[in-house]
Write a protein that binds this ligand. Structure first.
Ligand code: COA
Ligand code: ZN
Length: 301
């Protein structure tokens, strides 16, 4: 059996760009996405098909898809409801990321629905997706909620069971929306959900933020638990507008460095990625994280 390799899913164009108050010009977004693909990012979340009133930064999604459809990366978009999924498919995408939050308070704040309503929405989407569409479900606040605090493991287990019953073959991402998770709990939660008989047909991803400085450690704890797909953002750009106090995703370059050092290639060209990360960090209005960008370049890659 070939050695397992980590798969990086670059989410700066979605989780990062949504955090920049004044929407970036469409051409600037397309330029960054194209550069991320050229650096070897195998999966890219292009943005979200959401209400432009809720997130004006994502109003140009159809143009973004149009301007990136020739790229070799797997391209996905986040959706909060059936309408978003239909728009993503109409634009030409074949990878859909459906998001809802395990905690009621965050789900109401983020997508204005109860968890039960969101699960009904997932069911509608599963029934509507054409054959061959790749579905991922993002379980936001899988560890911690900005309004309710620590999310009980049993709440996560219950949500995962319900999602798996509706979408038995989907990729399920446990999302540390607030960056408050710790590596021990990440391992415990992934070990628990992967053991459930209900999830036998699902695959797993970890979406982490670096707010408390645990981003790389959390991702590596997930890796040790068998997770192979990791969401990160170039330069650690971000901060969810619906999760007060959260900063950006774990920086792609930081996690790629960790995997490289451990002999696990992500297929990403680190020097090229660092150049893109520098451009992301220079975007007006963006808040960035990242350790590696601040190391003298000759030592970083
Ligand atoms: N794409 C575009 N527009 C959409 C839409 C979608 N997927 N879903 C709903 N809308 C529009 C409706 O047509 C309506 O427009 P109108 O006011 O011009 O008639 C408006 O959005 C509100 O629709 P409604 O069904 O009443 O939804 P809502 O106000 O309860 O908001 C969401 C629900 C999910 C659409 C909205 O909260 C949202 O888009 N949230 C995104 C959250 C997000 O991106 N979070 C960050 C990622 S985790
Ligand atoms: Zn996030």
């Amino acid at each position: 059996m070939a050695a397992a390799t980590p798969i990086i899913c670059e989410v700066a164009p979605r989780d990062g760009f949504q955090s920049i108050a004044n929407p970036l010009p469409t051409e600037a977004k397309i330029g960054i996405i194209r550069d991320l693909a050229a650096a070897g990012c195998p999966r890219i979340e292009l943005g979200s098909f959401v209400s432009p009133k809720a997130v004006p930064q994502m109003a140009d999604m159809a143009e973004i898809v149009e301007g990136t459809r020739d790229l070799p990366a797997e391209l996905a978009a986040l959706v909060p409801n059936l309408r978003g999924a239909e728009n993503a498919l109409k634009a030409g995408l074949r990878q859909i990321v459906y998001v809802f939050s395990v905690s009621q308070a965050h789900n109401l704040n983020n997508v204005r629905q109860t968890v039960a309503q969101s699960l009904t929405g997932l069911d509608e989407i599963v029934k509507a997706l054409p054959k061959g569409t790749f579905l991922r479900v993002d379980l936001a606040t899988a560890f911690d909620c900005p309004f309710e605090g620590g999310v009980p493991l049993m709440d996560l287990v219950e949500a995962v069971k319900q999602v798996a019953a509706i979408a038995p073959n989907a990729e399920l991402a446990l999302c540390d929306t607030t960056g408050r998770a710790n590596p021990f709990d990440v391992a415990r939660r992934f070990d628990t959900v992967q053991m459930l008989p209900e999830t036998a047909g699902n695959t797993w991803a970890f979406h982490g933020h670096d707010t408390f400085g645990q981003g790389v450690a959390n991702a590596l704890a997930a890796w040790q638990s068998g997770v192979r797909v990791f969401d990160t953002a170039a330069a650690g750009l971000g901060g969810c507008p619906f999760a007060p106090g959260a900063t950006g995703n774990t920086a792609t370059e930081d996690l790629v460095f960790a995997f490289n050092e451990g002999g696990r290639s992500t297929g990403i060209d680190l020097p090229r990625l660092l150049d893109v990360a520098d451009r992301v960090a220079a975007l007006p209005g963006g808040v960035t994280g990242s350790h590696l960008r601040h190391v003298p370049r000759g030592r970083a890659a």
